[in-house]
Design a protein around this ligand. Structure first.
Ligand SMILES: [Zn+2]
Length: 472
């Protein structure tokens, strides 16, 4: 068996790993888009380091674009196998991929418009179109958590809830070998956090011989959530009541948005939320929220209980979901205090960019960063406190306050990741490959894992291949 790291190697986006079995059967784990604005990103997304038509099967951990965002291109470029994931991931991916195609089509359109003005050839093309995204959905196979699903004779896959986003799962592949013990190959996907609203706690993998493990927050500790509810309320009061400004929250349409909306919903139910208009300006968030309601198997017991009295935990009086572009544009002329939640979370595209242009230079406003932003993204620059940023080629002063609430992160911190792995047999587990983390975080996590008794921990670079030689 061989494993090759084809993405999210010493970086946090573009998750993609290729497992080649002894009989040359090729299983791709995730097929994510690299989300960033540096040159590396264009090269990475446009080119494969394998031939898509050689891949037999794709196993998808969850519907975040940095894990599924290149699937339409994979299919367009010749992949014809099944795309196996949980049922909720299948439905969410449909929403995510079509949205991603639209963003790419519109980015290409605006790039060409700019190029034309500069006298350059208008030759920017989207990575894939919405037609390609629809085509790719044909190959999806949604299965339930905990079931062993046969990929082919002697190879099966099991998903366990990883508590990261709706439908997210860890992947365990069971590979039978004639007369020998089967090999259990684990892929953590992204590891979520215990005790979070909406989602179940991450469920550990078992029995592994090999593990590909994420490492986003190696060496880090998050705030706990209860304190965050109070922090959020304080930011709302200061921005919207005291300063009569706008609170702009860039957030992933899937997961982070529903979490914040549900927190506001609960505050409203408790009578603690000030009466100010709240806008979720994202058609995808509306679609995603509908998918959520179809998959109660993904809800934790708290929200199921909350729903007995409040059947819609994502809707309250002052909240308005915005689908139409005209309605989104009206927000530009909105007077007075408001909360605007919009995507994308890393501020790389989507409607949030327009809200930033409109609000970033006004000191009454606050930009609340509620999650990780990959290096070189606009979000990363705002997050690290840059006083000036370029948006659509124009320099803007960052006069609005910038606040960070990392505990809304969907990724476990170091302690939570160690807890999640704590049941694994240190002797049986031959190798851990750390992916999905910046190198400094990965080095820290590697140290922590060593201290915890794990052996042979690798931090692969992009394209690195490892031969796996399971004991007989
Ligand atoms: Zn994720």
């Amino acid at each position: 068996m061989k494993i090759q790291f084809c993405g999210a190697a010493q970086t946090v986006t573009g998750s993609c790993h290729l497992l080649t079995l002894d009989d040359d059967f090729k299983i791709l784990l995730d097929c994510g888009l690299y989300q960033g604005r540096d040159e590396e990103f264009e090269d990475f997304n446009a080119n494969w380091i394998f031939d898509p038509s050689d891949i037999d099967c794709l196993v998808l951990s969850h519907a975040h674009i940095d894990h599924c965002g290149r699937i339409p291109k994979l299919v367009k470029d010749g992949f014809r196998g099944e795309i196996i994931c949980t049922s909720a991931t299948r439905d969410l991916s449909a929403v995510m991929l079509i949205d991603s195609a639209k963003i790419q089509e519109s980015d290409a359109y605006y790039t060409n418009r700019r190029n034309k003005k500069k006298g350059l050839p208008p030759d920017a093309k989207p990575l894939y179109t919405h037609e390609d995204a629809y085509d790719s959905l044909q190959g999806f196979v949604g299965i339930s958590y905990e079931q062993w699903h046969m990929i082919k004779e002697g190879v099966s896959v099991q998903f366990k809830d990883s508590g990261h986003i709706f439908g997210s799962a860890s992947v365990t592949l069971k590979i039978e070998r004639n007369g020998k013990n089967p090999v259990y190959f684990g892929f953590s996907g992204d590891i979520g956090r215990p005790d979070r609203p909406i989602l179940k706690d991450p469920l550990p993998m078992e029995n592994l011989d090999y593990l590909i493990c994420e490492s986003t927050y190696g060496g880090k500790k998050h705030n706990q959530l209860p304190q965050d509810v109070e922090d959020l309320l304080q930011i709302i009061e200061e921005t919207c009541i005291k300063n009569k400004g706008k609170l702009i929250i860039p957030a992933f349409s899937v997961g982070r948005t529903q979490e914040i909306v549900h927190t506001l919903d609960k505050l409203e139910t408790e009578g603690r939320l000030p009466e100010i208009p709240v806008f979720v300006d994202s058609p995808m968030a509306v679609n995603a929220t509908e998918v959520f309601r179809l998959h109660p198997e993904c809800f934790d017991s708290d929200i199921l209980e909350y729903m007995i009295d409040d059947p819609n935990p994502f809707r309250f009086n002052d909240l308005k979901y915005i689908r139409k572009t005209e309605d989104s544009k009206k927000l530009n002329y909105l007077e007075g205090a408001a909360i605007i939640i919009s995507a994308s979370g890393m501020m790389t595209g989507g409607r949030i960019v327009h809200h930033l242009i409109n609000n970033i230079e006004d000191p009454r406003n606050t930009i609340l960063v509620v999650g990780f932003c990959a290096p070189h993204t606009l979000g990363a620059k705002i997050r690290r406190g840059d006083k000036k940023v370029r948006i659509f080629g124009v320099e803007r002063k960052v006069n609005a306050k910038v606040k960070i609430m990392d505990s809304y992160s969907a990724h476990g911190d170091e302690g939570e990741m160690l807890d999640y792995l704590s049941n694994l047999d240190r002797n049986k587990l031959k190798n851990i490959f750390l992916v999905h983390g910046d190198i400094d975080r990965q080095e820290k996590f590697k140290e922590a894992l060593k201290k915890d008794g794990f052996r042979s921990i690798e931090i692969p670079e992009l394209g690195d291949k490892y031969e796996l030689t399971p004991e007989s």
